[in-house]
Design a protein around this ligand. Structure first.
Ligand SMILES: [Zn+2]
Length: 192
């Protein structure tokens, strides 16, 4: 078949060639549309899964849980004499026991409030803030301090009036992007 013949063939069959190409194009578009549909859409109902890679060192030398975290389950408060959720973990310790920074971080708040006593907030990065409450007076850190993991940021006491009946203990909260989350996600209470 020489060039002239090819041209003649194309001219004679232009309709069928066009139709064939159109069908091929249509099939390609259908395949692409189906393939696109099976790709998960990640906008509307996308919820980030919390899989913490971060692990805290211990806030106290001995970890004895007095009251564990509960976001919905109600626990009885001896002090307030009512049932309430406890979005924190309470660790028993003697009055004056050293409390440690669980990671390197920056002190963002040192306050006192009647219900929670002396409070130190420590920003440890990754959107995580650790809140230490019921600390003794004379907190050794101040706002803006850069602290290293394991350094003393306060001492255990019984200054949280809302938990006064529980005796001296550390009330520890963890905020992830401003939301209270279970400190057990970051603490390893099992092996120590
Ligand atoms: Zn507590």
């Amino acid at each position: 078949m020489n060039t002239a013949n090819i041209k003649k063939f194309l001219k004679a069959n232009i309709y069928w060639i066009g139709l064939g190409l159109s069908i091929a194009l249509l099939i390609t578009m259908i395949i692409l549309a189906v393939a696109n549909k099976s790709t998960p859409v990640e906008d509307d109902d996308f919820t980030p899964v919390v899989t913490p890679e971060i692990e805290f060192s211990n806030p106290l030398t001995d970890l004895t849980v007095m009251k564990d975290f509960s976001s919905t389950k109600l626990q009885y408060s001896n002090t307030l004499e009512l049932w309430q959720a406890h979005k924190a973990i309470d660790l028993t310790a003697e009055e004056g026991t050293d409390v440690y920074a669980v990671l390197d971080g920056t002190v963002t708040e040192v306050t006192y409030n009647y219900l929670m006593g002396n409070i130190v907030k420590l920003d440890v990065g990754g959107g995580i803030t650790v809140v230490y409450a019921s600390l003794a007076n004379d907190v050794p850190v101040k706002v803006g301090d850069a602290v290293t993991k394991g350094s003393v940021i306060g001492k255990v006491s019984n200054t949280a009036k809302s938990e006064a009946s529980d005796g001296a203990h550390l009330h520890l909260e963890v905020l992830l992007n401003g939301e209270l989350v279970d400190p057990n996600l970051y603490l390893d209470l099992s092996e120590k």
